[in-house]
Design a protein around this ligand. Sequence first.
Ligand SMILES: Cc1cc2nc3c(=O)[nH]c(=O)nc-3n(C[C@H](O)[C@H](O)[C@H](O)COP(=O)(O)OP(=O)(O)OC[C@H]3O[C@@H](n4cnc5c(N)ncnc54)[C@H](O)[C@@H]3O)c2cc1C
Length: 350
Amino acid sequence: MTIAIIGGGAAGYFAAIEAKRNCPSADITIFEKAPKMLAKVEITGGGRCNLTNSFRLISDVKHAYPRGHKLMKRLFKRFDHRSAYEWFEREGVGLTTQEDECVFPQSQDSHSIIDCLMGLATRLGVKQKTRHCLDSIARNDDGTLHLCFANGMERDFDRVAITTGGSPKGEGLKMHAMLGHEIEQPVPSLFTFNIKDRNFLELMGTVVEPVIASIPGTKMRAEGPLLITHWGMSGPAALKLSSHAARHLNERQYQSPVAINLGKKSLNRIIETLTNDIYQIEGRGKARDEFVTCGGVSLASIDLHTLESKVCKGLFFAGEVLDVDAITGGFNLQAAWTMGHVVGKHIVEC
Ligand SMILES: Cc1cc2nc3c(=O)[nH]c(=O)nc-3n(C[C@H](O)[C@H](O)[C@H](O)COP(=O)(O)OP(=O)(O)OC[C@H]3O[C@@H](n4cnc5c(N)ncnc54)[C@H](O)[C@@H]3O)c2cc1C
């Protein structure tokens, strides 16, 4: 069985390793468009890689996954944060859980995760090819899948997994639409808010915690520390709210009121400015933004048990290319491990 994994990121490596373990005779190749594998994982968590979360502060999966929570709830029964934690520790990566429940490698270095994934893939015999950008997919009459790459290479594979990650501008989604997959319009998630209110900006550099940030007139709200920057609002409360309100704010071209409710009585100056106050979002922050994409290949086009396409047999999807994304805290990489695990099981089944 020949298998192509398109995208050498978190979901792609995990799917390839799990597939090879489930079926050692399978001929598996990861194709990555960039000159380097796992480049995004390298920069996660500020270079420390927040690879999962203890989920202790998450009362319902839907609070962590504004898109795809039903799918994640279902797949977590098969491979959840505990499974991922044990998986990496078993492979020799010591992990540590911070006070805020985020999980990092003990080394505090994303290279521990990268070395683990690349080392395992290499030892298992997974082929890994960089500078291979998939351009198109077609189904042959015999059921195999014909892949064309931008460098001119063309080849048929028995099975293919698409793990190309997020794409806020929608690049790479056209080929999936052409095969008949529904696409949820991609928009950025996890961004900061531009606020022009002068009194507010005078508090630049202040961290206030905890606050409840919300979009008035909606149920969208997020709790956590708020960081006041020279352009507006940042920090977990703003990033989480941007995730819940990603589509809402995009439809309003990032013009919306935002309410800040400060629960503490201590910080007098800040309380005067912030308690239950309403500010106007006037744009999306340009720094640290577009961490994650809201939207992508619609879950309506995917078998939710196997992650195989409903419209193209033999084609599987995992990771951020699907319409699944989370707030910050390690939940996005957890989704990549979980979906990679599931694809790694079903892609080798006859
Ligand atoms: C700065 C930053 C920090 C982050 N920090 C964290 C964190 O600490 N914790 C967390 O949980 N999440 C974090 N995230 C989100 C997380 O990195 C992603 O959700 C996760 O990497 C998604 O995994 P993936 O495998 O689906 O996609 P990716 O890891 O993005 O991998 C997809 C790969 O596919 C390749 N590719 C794309 N198109 C093609 C093509 N046509 N042909 C071949 N290859 C292709 C890409 O080059 C890429 O290497 C962060 C994101 C960013 C941007």
